[in-house]
Design a protein around this ligand. Structure first.
Ligand code: P6P
Length: 346
């Protein structure tokens, strides 16, 4: 018999999850709903970027010392606009903004915190490569309400995220998220003619081990000996352990992560000595590593900074960077043995 209706919508899925939590007030649901609206607007703009006059750089340099693309700015503004009025947040943190973002006084405040990268991979916008929005949601720990006193509430280890996920704007637009409490990782695909995200990847599980490694080999000259030995390991021929691995690197974190989540593999952005200002590599702990580390853990994978779990790192500042090894559990644990010096040889 033909499938009736449209299947399970994201709205239905979120409400089902809310019903399983007697203490739920619906505030978290409201937050996710408006975040989804922001993503739909960003998806619309990304998918017409080639047509609209929002291509190219703004000439602004952001906190990350990176050329800001117009869609970055647009995406940042859309998320802030959709989040600030819902009465569920005490503040926000964005990769595009140096400081915490305050909730305007005309809106009620709440106990949630959202940190996000509004449009990761933005350097790929005008070459039509998949890009994404990454988010992590926390609950405030203190009674503070003044923006100047909330940084400690924001700088929590990733373990404390009450939800984490991403939107990927690619051949289709998808939302992948988890509430981090054993309820699994679920993927929803945007059905353009309906304008709704429909459940398309229920309970995603990442293969224990993959056959793909993702890294920017162009940084080879800037890696230390342990990193070089690790990369040589993946490239060496050894049929018994299924090597060499295949190399796949898109240069857009969400796209590289999403492929590995579904197919297995490891993504790496090691520490390097390329830029003295970024000794821990390029990726950010709060708005990139932690949310994806929560997603991959809930899907059966693992994320490490090379010495230990990303999710256990006590953040020291909003935009701190961290080396990232993330994906199939066995591959990341192997990488950790090489990088931490607890085993592994060239
Ligand atoms: P590189 C995109 O600018 C980004 O932040 C991530 O999406 C991506 O994984 C990484 O940088 C790519 O960096 O140095 O390899 O170009």
């Amino acid at each position: 018999m033909a499938k009736q209706g449209v299947g399970i919508t994201i709205t239905q899925h979120i409400l089902n999850q809310q019903r399983q939590k007697p203490e739920a007030t619906g505030g978290f649901t409201t937050l996710l709903y408006e975040l989804i609206v922001a993503a739909k607007v960003i998806s619309r703009e990304v998918n017409k970027a080639g047509l609209a006059d929002i291509l190219g750089a703004t000439g602004i340099i952001n906190i990350q010392d990176e050329q800001v693309q117009k869609l970055d700015v647009f995406s940042d503004k859309i998320i802030i606009e959709r989040m600030q009025h819902i009465g569920q947040l005490c503040c926000m943190g964005s990769e595009e903004d140096a400081d915490l973002i305050e909730i305007p006084s005309q809106y009620p405040k709440g106990n949630y915190i959202i940190v996000f990268d509004p449009l990761d991979g933005s350097s790929n916008i005008d070459v039509n490569v998949s890009i994404g929005t990454i988010f992590g949601i926390y609950k405030k720990k203190s009674d503070a309400t003044d923006i100047d006193l909330l940084m400690d509430d924001v700088l929590q280890p990733g373990l404390n995220q009450v939800a984490a996920g991403y939107f990927i704007y690619g051949s289709s637009t998808m939302m992948v998220y988890t509430t981090g409490d054993g309820t699994g990782v679920h993927g929803f695909t945007l059905y353009p003619s309906v304008g709704e995200f429909l459940l398309s990847h229920e309970n995603i599980r990442i293969p224990e081990r993959g056959k793909t490694y993702s890294v920017n080999e162009g940084n080879h000259a800037y890696w230390d000996e342990k990193t070089l030995t690790l990369m040589d390991y993946f490239k060496a021929t050894d049929k018994k352990s299924g090597r060499p691995y295949t190399s796949r690197y898109i240069g857009s974190l969400v796209a590289d992560f999403h492929r590995n989540l579904l197919k297995g593999g490891i993504f790496m952005y090691p520490a390097d000595n390329k830029d003295p200002k970024k000794p821990s590599g390029k990726l950010r702990l709060m708005v990139e590593a932690n949310p994806l580390a929560m997603v991959v853990r809930e899907a059966g994978g693992y994320a490490s900074d090379g010495n230990g779990p990303i999710l256990e790192i006590e953040p020291e500042e909003l935009h701190q960077r961290v080396p990232l090894y993330i994906g199939s559990k066995e591959d990341v644990e192997l990488a950790e043995r090489f990088i931490s010096g607890k085993g592994g040889k060239r």
